[in-house]
Ligand binder design. Sequence first.
Ligand SMILES: NC(=O)c1ccc[n+]([C@@H]2O[C@H](COP(=O)([O-])OP(=O)(O)OC[C@H]3O[C@@H](n4cnc5c(N)ncnc54)[C@H](O)[C@@H]3O)[C@@H](O)[C@H]2O)c1
Length: 394
Amino acid sequence: MSEDDREIGVGVIGAGWLGDVHVRAWARLRHHYPDLPVTARFVAVADSVPTALAGAQRKHGFATAYADWRDLLADPRVDVVSVTAPNALHREIGVAVAEAGKHLWIEKPVGLSPADAEAVADAVGAAGVQGTVGFNYRAVPAVARLRDLVAGGAIGTPTHARVVLLSDYAAHPLALLTWRYTLASGGHGVLGDLASHAVDLTRFVLGDLERLVAETAVFVSERPRVPEGAATYGHALGGDGDPTGTVENEDFVSALARTRSGVLVSLECSRVAVGEQNHYAVEVHGTHGLVSWDFRTQGELLLSAGDRFVDQPTQRVLVGTESGDLGRFQPGAGNAMSYDDTKVIELAGFVRSVLSGKAEGPQLVDAVASAQALDAMVRSAAGAGWVDVPRLRA
Ligand SMILES: NC(=O)c1ccc[n+]([C@@H]2O[C@H](COP(=O)([O-])OP(=O)(O)OC[C@H]3O[C@@H](n4cnc5c(N)ncnc54)[C@H](O)[C@@H]3O)[C@@H](O)[C@H]2O)c1
């Protein structure tokens, strides 16, 4: 630690997968952003499951573990808080973090509804703290390049696009009926899990949505109940013939949306897509070409640009250090980055916003916009047909 470094006390609420990813990002921040004048102290972690607390303390050396997140917020050593607890807790915890005067790094989708995301946005605004939301696919250097190519006219005027997030994490029909599958604790299933990212990527590249029509489906309607006393997190399997319960939220959503600039976008997300593992992709067509990106080959784009219209070649572009923050991680194009790296980039933006007082990166307003689009999808699929996506408040 240099004498000029500002010491930042880190608190984490929810020591599951993303809690771990957030702490790992803090641990690696200086490796990639040595110019940021901060030293992180892992002050406290909160989780309702004792083994999760013990694991986080052993792995990351948190000074204190709290069973109740409210105690973490009362700890004066904590300056910034990661909220990586399940979605249904985001509103209460997010509002409380801001009211405690601490900066907030909160995972998407920020609650279960537009009202939840707005409540957290309002609390952050009223407290004058910084708030960053975990829409980390924006941080991928190739996504930044794709956005620049589209904005710079490389493919002409954008006409139509496709954003898909297809995965198999809930595909096994014996996966236990955990919190993930109920409306009260899991919200709208794949909408909050994956479509929240799809909407954010669409907005990041093509701007706000104006209208949409959607259809949703539940393909695995019954799942084995969680046995008495068993962990309710993760993706553990039950047995064939075990007592089952009803899945209350969406496995699949497909939407056709029109952006405010007139681009037609097809969004498709599934949590039960057998054979698909993290197939997260953006494809934008324009009057003169095409540019596309797939998370599984996150350092490259496919680009077709020119004036041939027909039989116009599509080339593979390995993005280099001119794109986003790639140069913070790798010396040049063709060197793979990881999922975790996107979180380090997101964290760097959060830290810069804390130091400067100026918002940077995905904000609470983006969580509100995403939640509004998801809510429009739910209303449309329930029979409303084409629905307007509300304009963001000024
Ligand atoms: N940005 C991304 O790419 C991404 C990816 C996965 C998950 N997420 C989001 O991160 C959040 C967490 O997801 P996850 O996959 O890490 O889930 P997880 O189930 O692995 O972890 C959640 C943790 O929260 C803890 N928890 C539950 N109730 C609590 C309480 N009252 N107080 C404190 N802790 C409590 C659980 O014990 C568990 O350890 C969700 O909002 C999810 O949508 C984001």
